[in-house]
Ligand binder design. Structure first.
Ligand code: ATP
Length: 452
């Protein structure tokens, strides 16, 4: 994001970070050279350092059982000891583990012929046929229906496969507009398994993405198809990379309140919209928000990764323990929860945006879970010195242990902290988005959309 930084500074836009900016890595808003993209986005979880966060995140304070959430500023000695403990803890703790024990029960559809463009996830045939064409022999760039898949341009890796760049242009039968440029997309590539539960999970992910099309802060689905037992989910490309990357590649902690408020308004807009459609995301975390533009860190945020999302019935409790360390709500760990778990996760995200550290932590997943279930957190002075009382009050409304008192996304959008720190037009757009105003106007236009 060196060029992002340069861009907003040159344009006279205020820096989103709390401290003097140093060049940051990441982003691919400029025509990327392959190596840049690989360097910044080939973030294989297996190759992640064992620390949950890079060193600049390791200033977590020690939990003080029984302490007031807004309690005493830590003394310098305390803080040093905590930092030391925290640093050694996080060297050995695992990164963002998912508690994936989830098996959505929706029916799935086996009807789509291989290679077709479809909304349906097609399971592999029990005895896979040998590779059918020269297509499968192309390695670095493979031609798929209407897209060129750039297998070498990996922008992310998750537990289900990898996400790479796909593009299309005149060669694939699409006009490139006036500029004649190829349009780029993100393509999630997932090997299919002959496992109905697994297929049903993917089907739910695709269904949810399709249902949410048109909201400004939800990544837009363009296409889904299967080729040779591999599923390809083509979505809009978040060119600015994800928020985890943005925060952790910056040398200092936290973002300004103005940037946090803009970010949170957009997140709440998306989450309110999801909940109005009776969809619970269940995996909100910094990594699952990407910036639309690689040139402007103030560009809109987009929610990605609906792999753990589920439809819910109001009044019915969900029970499967799913989510990611640090962000998972206590009631999820207790196996009885509602869509309010998403608001808890947003509370964790805002806390982290403002301070650069998570509110609940521990030396391993078990310790993190125990800290979350215990439910007590603080706003340590050294991390929140420059943060307003209103901002902390806002975080408290989301990190309410009791879901009765926890704000809904709609309620949170009316909080005075957002009003004081957000551009009014932006806040209004977020509120409109929460009610699905933009989404209702999302006409399926254009050839790609027609394929859906
Ligand atoms: N549309 C996109 N635009 C930009 N980056 C993306 C996009 N989709 C995914 N990514 C990147 O790829 C990473 C992995 O994608 P995703 O979360 O969808 O995969 P996953 O297998 O479901 O991962 P996880 O195991 O974390 O749930 C993301 O954290 C993000 O950095």
């Amino acid at each position: 994001m060196a060029h992002q930084q340069a861009q907003f500074m040159a344009a006279g836009v205020s820096s989103p970070f709390n401290s003097a900016a140093q060049p940051m890595a990441g982003g691919y808003g400029q025509p990327p050279n392959n190596m840049q993209v690989m360097n910044h986005y080939d973030r294989s979880k297996s190759s992640q350092p064992s620390s949950a966060f890079p060193p600049q995140y390791n200033n977590y304070y020690q939990q003080q059982p029984g302490g007031d959430a807004r309690s005493r500023p830590a003394s310098r000695g305390d803080e040093e000891a905590r930092r030391r403990r925290s640093r050694s803890n996080h060297r050995s703790s695992s990164r963002q583990r998912d508690y994936r024990q989830d098996t959505p029960q929706d029916a799935y559809n086996y009807n789509t012929p291989m290679g077709g463009v479809s909304n349906n996830v097609t399971p592999p045939s029990p005895t896979p046929e040998p590779s059918q064409s020269a297509q499968s022999q192309l390695d670095a760039a493979q031609r798929r229906p209407a897209y060129l898949l750039h297998r070498d341009l990996v922008i992310g890796k998750g537990s289900y496969g990898q996400v790479c760049i796909a593009s299309r242009g005149e060669a694939e039968g699409h006009s490139g507009g006036k500029s004649g440029k190829r349009k780029k997309f993100a393509c999630k590539c997932v090997m299919l398994r002959n496992d109905p539960k697994y297929i049903a999970k993917l089907q739910e992910e695709v269904n949810v993405l399709r249902e949410l099309r048109g909201h400004d802060n939800v990544i837009r689905l363009y296409d889904v198809f299967c080729v040779d037992n591999e599923l390809f989910i083509i979505t809009e490309l978040g060119r600015g990379g994800d928020l985890f990357h943005l925060l952790t590649t910056h040398p200092k902690h936290g973002v300004t309140e103005a940037y946090a408020a803009k970010t949170v308004a957009e997140m709440l807009s998306a989450v309110a919209f999801l909940h109005s459609r009776k969809i619970c995301h269940r995996d909100l975390k910094l990594e699952n928000w990407v910036l639309e533009s690689g040139k402007d860190v103030w560009s809109p945020l987009k929610l990605i990764d609906f792999g753990l999302s589920t439809h819910f019935t109001p009044g019915h409790r969900l029970s499967r323990v799913v989510g990611s360390s640090y962000y998972v709500a206590p009631e999820v760990l207790k196996k009885s929860y509602t869509e309010a778990c998403d608001l808890w996760s947003l509370g964790v995200i805002v806390y982290m945006l403002l301070s650069g550290a998570p509110p609940f932590y521990g030396k391993n997943d078990e310790a993190i879970k125990a800290s979350i279930v215990h439910g007590e957190y603080q706003f340590p002075h050294e991390l929140f010195r420059d943060v307003s009382d209103d901002a902390m009050a806002f975080v408290s409304c989301l990190l309410s242990y009791s879901i009765e008192y926890r704000y809904t996304a709609e309620q949170a959008l009316t909080h005075p902290w957002l009003k004081a720190n957000c551009d009014p037009e932006q806040l209004q757009r977020a509120k409109d988005g929460a009610r699905g105003v933009g989404a209702l106007n999302d006409v399926y236009s254009g050839d790609v959309a027609m394929q859906m």
